[in-house]
Design a protein around this ligand. Sequence first.
Ligand SMILES: NC(=O)c1ccc[n+]([C@@H]2O[C@H](COP(=O)([O-])OP(=O)(O)OC[C@H]3O[C@@H](n4cnc5c(N)ncnc54)[C@H](OP(=O)(O)O)[C@@H]3O)[C@@H](O)[C@H]2O)c1
Length: 267
Amino acid sequence: MKTALITGATDGVGRVVARELGKQGWRVLVHGRNRERGEALVREIERAGGKASFLAADLSSLAEVRQLAEAVKKATSRLELLVNNAGIGTTGHAPGRLTSKDGHELRFAVNYLAGFLLTYLLMPLLKAGTPSRIVNVASAGQQAIDFDDVMLTRRYSGADAYRQSKLAQIMFTVDLAEELKGSGVIANALHPSTYMNTTMVRQSGVTPVSKVETGAEAILQLAVSPKLEGRSGLYFNVMSEARANPQAYDARARRQLRELSLKLTGL
Ligand SMILES: NC(=O)c1ccc[n+]([C@@H]2O[C@H](COP(=O)([O-])OP(=O)(O)OC[C@H]3O[C@@H](n4cnc5c(N)ncnc54)[C@H](OP(=O)(O)O)[C@@H]3O)[C@@H](O)[C@H]2O)c1
């Protein structure tokens, strides 16, 4: 039985992806920070004949990311799929600049840095599970990172914070593909769909224009489709390969981001 870890599976598109993988015969490690909703999803997957377990962690704490990786290692010796999906939208929290438990800008921390750390901590499991895949759920909303103010201390908006965190995920994906060449682990990123009907979209006051199922199908394409075999470092706009913000293809910017991320995570 293949094993997948889906972060942010207690709501939105991650929930649909977890349910679908359960139906397809995967063992699903459901991650979230809300135990009640996580365990309800586990029961739902099991009722449909699947196998699942819930792992709790607040990704706004790097210590909890490390605990999550330890819990995954206790649950399985190999992973065939990691979907870095958990995220915070452009609004929906108190106004003003928000920071993580470690003092980093909150969206950079939760949407990007947590996935960066988690991916490296789980790399031995992904390598044990080859052919295996990493899917980074990014967005079409992308903004070049200003390396003089990555933590947005000078000029802050939730939308800017969201967009730079989403581009950071794509830059990380391009790096991962290079690093993992020939290893049997592939990494791809995507914009799942535009304004799906999820909590983060509803909280931002935008009228949803697409279904969660559309985004789930796009994530599942990168996660399981034979079409992606051996293909890595790509960015998809829903179902089609696309170009991301030019900074994703700037090796110097990627190196800067990588060095900063290694420093911040203590890797
Ligand atoms: N919706 C869209 O139209 C859209 C468009 C482009 C990209 N995306 C991306 O798709 C992904 C999923 O978004 P969604 O629309 O499904 O949003 P959602 O319904 O708000 O779900 C987000 C998930 O992430 C979890 N999460 C948030 N902060 C967390 C934290 N600090 N620690 C642990 N888990 C945390 C949430 O947990 P709780 O249940 O506890 O809140 C939830 O499970 C995100 O990466 C988003 O950027 C969405």
